[in-house]
Design a protein around this ligand. Structure first.
Ligand SMILES: Cc1ncc(C[n+]2csc(CCOP(=O)(O)OP(=O)(O)O)c2C)c(N)n1
Length: 392
């Protein structure tokens, strides 16, 4: 079967999916760096956010590119570890690095992130050690880090659930008086991350209602990577996610998710609004999931290779590399050194993964309730009894 035939047969009832150009984000999409790495002229769409790049020097841009390269390597290592049987599952962020690094870098230490399960780049920017991301996917713990160490909540597998957690937390931040005080180290915003598929969940829509009416200091960051497993966007919504915000009464912005500068500038703007008491913003990062949904998925069954190729031409790392090379900020030896640094990082993660101890069985029951609970104690004892029936 040809790619086209595969796509047609994947549609329910064998219908051809509607014509769509999923590579074009339209005139409202905020972009500062074109796919070939050249700077985009100021226009009606990007001008309102340009001020948020004015204080970004070359060193900081080089640091952003370094983040993109290291995060991609962390992701590739997660994939490889799953293939070698060290992890049960890995959700790859390949292609979404710029969306996440831009957003993550825009956050201040006091800002709190509520991720889904693919936010490895945000975790990186918030200072969560990348090896800590592996525990849950190896099945040795329920998370792998303390959410309060870096203000980065545990991964959420239940789609959309974290949206409500984030809004509830943001409402609490406002009640604590940590909004619009004018103190840059105190004013706090919350970020909630989801995919495009998550926008179809009830939780997502309920979260938008509560955020709107309570004026919560929250930024909804939707990574529109164009697929919810095998469901394309045209089976998820009829208007793009950023326009959803209109109906709830707060701003929605579409940004080029493969342009780290644009993602950074727009997120800074939205976080400032939240911290200053101006309420929520919805940011839609227009991007693409270049790999499989997870290591359990085979995207060749439902999408055509031409689509993937079109997005490869928009690669976030290639474009930032081209830009910074043209600016004379980096050269080939910088790229080589950073790749070598990435390889060292991968080695560190691999070793940490392979030496993670199996948890004692009690651990599974330990954090279900904050206080001791009779039912959990009974279940733990029953499980210990069951385990003791096996030979070593
Ligand atoms: C409540 C709920 N329903 C269904 C699933 C199964 N599921 C896992 S990932 C996924 C698709 C999510 O797509 P999207 O929100 O676009 O995020 P992406 O994985 O593309 O980043 C679904 C339906 C789930 N985890 N939770």
């Amino acid at each position: 079967m040809s790619d086209d035939e595969v796509a047609a047969s994947a549609a329910p009832g064998g219908h051809e999916p509607p014509e769509r150009d999923i590579t074009d984000g339209g005139p409202e999409m905020v972009q500062f760096l074109a796919a070939d790495g050249t700077r985009v002229e100021l226009s009606e769409s990007n001008e309102p956010y340009a001020a948020y790049l004015e204080d970004v020097g070359t060193d900081e841009m080089v640091a952003m590119l370094r983040d993109l390269i290291l995060v991609r390597r962390v992701d590739a290592e997660g994939f490889a570890l799953q293939r070698q049987g060290e992890l049960g599952l890995w959700p790859s962020l390949l292609g979404q690095e710029a969306a996440q690094v831009g957003a993550g870098r825009a956050m201040r230490p006091q800002d709190y992130a509520f991720p889904g399960y693919r936010e490895h780049g945000v975790a990186w920017c918030k200072g969560v050690p990348p090896e800590n991301l592996l525990g849950m996917f190896r099945g040795v713990n329920h998370g792998g880090w303390d959410s309060n160490d870096n203000n980065f909540h545990l991964y959420t597998i239940v789609i959309g659930n974290q949206m409500l957690h984030a809004v509830g937390y943001a409402m609490g931040v406002a009640r604590d008086g940590d909004v619009a005080t004018g103190d840059a180290d105190r004013d706090t915003a919350v970020m909630a991350f989801t995919g495009d598929g998550g926008t179809a969940q009830g939780d997502f829509n309920e979260a938008l209602v509560f955020a709107a009416v309570t004026h919560a200091p929250v930024v909804f960051y939707v990574q529109n990577n164009h697929w919810a497993i095998s469901e394309p966007n045209d089976r998820q919504f009829t208007i793009p996610p950023y326009r959803r915000a209109d109906g709830f009464g707060f701003p929605g912005i579409r940004v080029d998710g493969n342009d780290v500068l644009a993602s950074y500038a727009v997120t800074r703007y939205a976080l400032d609004r939240a911290r200053n008491g101006q309420g929520p913003t919805l940011v839609e990062a227009f991007t693409y999931r270049m790999g499989a949904h997870t290591t359990s998925d085979d995207p060749t069954k439902y999408r055509i290779s031409a689509e993937v190729d079109a997005w490869k031409a928009k690669d976030p790392i290639d474009r930032m590399t081209a830009y910074l090379k043209a600016e004379g900020a980096i050269d080939d030896s910088w790229v080589e050194e950073t790749q070598a640094e990435a390889d060292e990082l991968a080695k560190r993660i691999r070793k940490a993964c392979q030496t993670m101890p199996d948890p004692p069985h009690e651990e599974m029951f330990a954090h279900v309730y904050a206080e001791p609970h009779q039912l959990i104690e009974r279940e733990s004892a029953q499980f210990a009894d069951y385990q003791s029936g096996f030979e070593d």
